[in-house]
Design a protein around this ligand. Structure first.
Ligand code: ZN
Ligand code: ZN
Length: 159
């Protein structure tokens, strides 16, 4: 049984070797740990920058959506005012009461008499008595404020 002969010197040597090996492994592990932390930090930074990029994109998207909404609202407004104008025109065309009414006294003019139809050079039409009084006072067309002379008032008696 010669194999059982153990040299204590050799055991010490082996122990020392093992210790060194453990130390080396420890420092290697430390290094790995540090690398791991660095990698984690890098990942975190990358994640953050990705987050920022996503947030910026989201913001840009929101802005674009807002712009779109604004343009849409503008278009809707334009359409609405267009509809209102069309409606006003329709009302005017369907109900030309304004045309046969003196805008000064809001009564319709007569074919004869003091409130017969009278026109001004600007093309506006009133009852004769009303526009005569008005022009005497202001020398202006009450509808478009064009300057008028008393002698400019044209009477339109029935033919
Ligand atoms: Zn009148
Ligand atoms: Zn006028």
């Amino acid at each position: 049984m010669a194999g059982n002969n153990v040299d204590p010197q050799k055991i010490d040597q082996k122990l020392e070797d093992t210790r060194t090996e453990v130390e080396e492994m420890k420092s290697l592990l430390e290094k790995e740990k540090r690398n791991h932390v660095t990698l984690l930090n890098k990942l975190k930074m990358h994640d953050n920058s990705t987050q920022v990029t996503i947030q910026n994109l989201q913001k840009r998207l929101d802005e674009l959506e807002k712009d779109q909404q604004l343009v849409l609202n503008q278009l809707l407004d334009e359409e609405r005012s267009h509809i209102v104008a069309t409606e006003e025109l329709k009302t005017f065309l369907v109900n030309p009461a304004d045309d046969i009414t003196c805008s000064i006294c809001l009564c319709s003019w007569e074919s004869t008499g003091p409130h017969c139809v009278a026109s001004l050079p600007c093309g506006h039409i009133f009852g004769m008595s009303c526009i005569q009084q008005c022009v005497l006072r202001t020398q202006l067309c009450p509808q478009c404020r064009a300057p008028v002379c008393y002698c400019d008032i044209l009477c339109h008696p029935p033919s």
